[in-house]
Design a protein around this ligand. Sequence first.
Ligand code: AP5
Length: 210
Amino acid sequence: MDRKIVLLGPPGSGKGTQTERLCADLKLTKISTGDLLREAVRNNTPLGVKAKGFMDAGKLVPNELVVDLVKDKIQSVKGGVILDGFPRSLEQAEMLDKFSKVDLAIDIEVNENNLVRRLTLRRTCRSCNAVYHLEFNPPKHGGKCDKCGGELFQRTDDTEKTVRERLKVYKEQTLPLTAFYHRKGILRKVDGEGDIGVVYDRVLKAIGSK
Ligand code: AP5
């Protein structure tokens, strides 16, 4: 599969979870701006130092720090790509159109109360970025990643206060993207409630792989 697929949906809707499965099954490459930015923060790079304050506050990182990161990555990848967390505003979507085509945008819809519950109990692997949920998708061995044995941690932006701010930012800046991709005729909406596997089947159908 050689397509560029954008995953839309609010924080906690399961973009990262579904991306992991899609990449493994369909041999797609993941480009996650959240993962790339967190890696920069961890490595204390100049980009990471500038991005950290925005991320901890639940705000979007300015375009000049994010767009080139995606552009370089997309241009270095051969084959199909899943964009998780980019674009995040109309401005970013218009910038993306200038350097890459988008074939499909999948919008994962989940009720707001469930989003807060999902995010505040999420744990993430420090080494491979795999995501778990203490209740819905718990790791088998306590605080270690099932896949790579890496340490699991709670993201600094997964506190209830910051999650609420991220949801507000999502509604104001990212939600308008659904209309943008709808107008282009490439938007597919997916019900993101229910078991991870059930949602995955819906995503595969939306992509046309089931
Ligand atoms: P980013 O990392 O992209 O975070 P996000 O969009 O807020 O999305 P999340 O990663 O929180 O959620 P998700 O939808 O991937 O859900 P997940 O699969 O983990 O961005 C973080 C920050 O970076 C931003 O706030 C911003 O500052 C900055 N940033 C990133 N991109 C940017 C950009 N383009 N421009 C500017 N700034 C940018 O699932 C969540 C939890 O739910 C997990 O615990 C999971 O196990 C569980 N779960 C998943 N599916 C289900 C299910 N079906 N049922 C029950 N539980 C489930």
